[in-house]
Design a protein around this ligand. Structure first.
Ligand SMILES: *Cc1c(COP(=O)(O)O)cnc(C)c1O
Length: 344
């Protein structure tokens, strides 16, 4: 029985063509700056998003850490959303490793951080306060596209107040795909509102490992030192960079397919009594349960897993579509959820 793994878009295996690109990549020692494939990737992603420079890093977590520590010093703070990865899901790295304090803000229903809340969180220059140095946003946020006019307004407010602006764009190309027809152009349009942008290749883009941090040459030089400190200097990393380059060439246009499958999944789930799936903007479907379905909710994920359907449910039920899921898999997942609640 084939497994339909909807836990995350990180579960994809490299395609045959991606593996071939990895095998063919010219390699060197990237800690010496000698790996031509890493250099090609860094130039490609920086150019694509309109920045001077980029840094290839092993993970999105390390990318955000490098960014926060390159923007902020000890005793500084960054403004961030309560549900953002760079606050909630990174083991407190900026505070633990950089003595940088987060100032979390609650999200509005559309995922945005209200401008008035951002403004109120910026501390005056006074000995009582940490120095507010940075605004960090995430797009997509839990699969939600932040409205572009909001991104412009929030980043303009930050700049007017003298703050740097970082985007956790782990799923920037999903945001771009949800925003307009030309995903590369939309990604650049979003990215250009920020001083630094982190992009994951290991999510919907389908590469096995790696993220890139983009910014000015001088910013990337500072981030490079943090990467070294965090143990992220990798040697023949071109093997991995080749997969990321392949993904940028071949896996951006197809993100629209993942989004269409997520809509199909949400519509299917919403047809089941007691199951409420939000209409997804991109490739992540969240669902909640009500009434009798809610009372039986605890048994659902193990029951699905026994039938080869994998999902997660930390805050809500979560299903993520990606390269290794097709329409038949989505339909099997919907049918299995329906069967579970139809049991006597
Ligand atoms: C996955 C993710 C990260 C971290 O990436 P890892 O490679 O898992 O460390 C950061 N931000 C967001 C929004 C993510 O979804």
């Amino acid at each position: 029985m084939a497994v339909v793994d909807l836990r995350s878009d990180t579960v994809t295996r490299p395609t045959e063509a991606m593996r071939a690109a990895m095998l063919a990549a010219p390699l060197g020692d990237d800690v010496f700056g000698d790996d031509p494939t890493v250099q090609a990737l860094q130039e490609r992603i920086a150019g694509l998003l309109g920045f001077e420079a980029a840094l290839f890093v092993p993970s999105g977590t390390q990318s955000n850490l490098c960014a926060i520590l390159a923007h902020c010093g000890r005793g500084d703070e960054y403004i961030v959303g309560q549900m953002q990865h760079a606050y909630r899901w990174e083991a407190g790295g900026a505070a633990v490793l950089g003595s940088v304090q987060p100032q979390p803000i609650a999200h509005a229903a559309d995922g945005t951080l209200p401008l008035a809340e951002i403004e109120a969180a910026i501390k005056p220059d006074d000995a009582h306060f940490a120095r507010t140095r940075l605004l960090a946003l995430e797009n997509t946020l839990g699969g939600q596209l932040l409205p572009f006019d909001y991104v412009q307004a929030a980043t303009k407010l930050a700049a007017d107040k003298g703050l740097a602006r970082h985007l956790d764009g782990a799923r920037l190309f999903n945001a771009a795909t949800a925003q307009g027809a030309d995903a590369y152009a939309e990604a650049r349009r979003i990215a250009q509102c920020f001083d630094s942008v982190s992009v994951c290749f290991s999510k919907g883009l389908g590469a096995p490992v790696g993220s890139a941090l983009c910014g000015s040459r001088e910013f990337i030089a500072r981030a490079h030192r943090v990467r070294k400190m965090a143990g992220g200097g990798m040697r023949q990393a071109g093997l991995l960079a080749a997969a990321a380059l392949h993904a940028l060439d071949h896996h951006v246009a197809r993100l629209a397919d993942d989004h269409a499958l997520a809509r199909r999944l949400a519509e299917g789930l919403s047809g089941i009594a007691g199951v409420h799936a939000q209409a997804p903007h991109s490739n992540i479907v969240f669902a909640t349960l009500s009434g009798a379905a809610r009372e039986r909710g605890a048994g659902l994920l193990p029951w699905l897993a026994e039938r080869g359907i994998l999902a997660t449910g930390l805050y809500q039920l979560r299903f993520v579509t990606h390269l290794d899921v097709d329409a038949a898999g989505v339909d099997r997942a919907v049918a299995a959820v329906r069967d579970y609640f139809a049991q006597a």
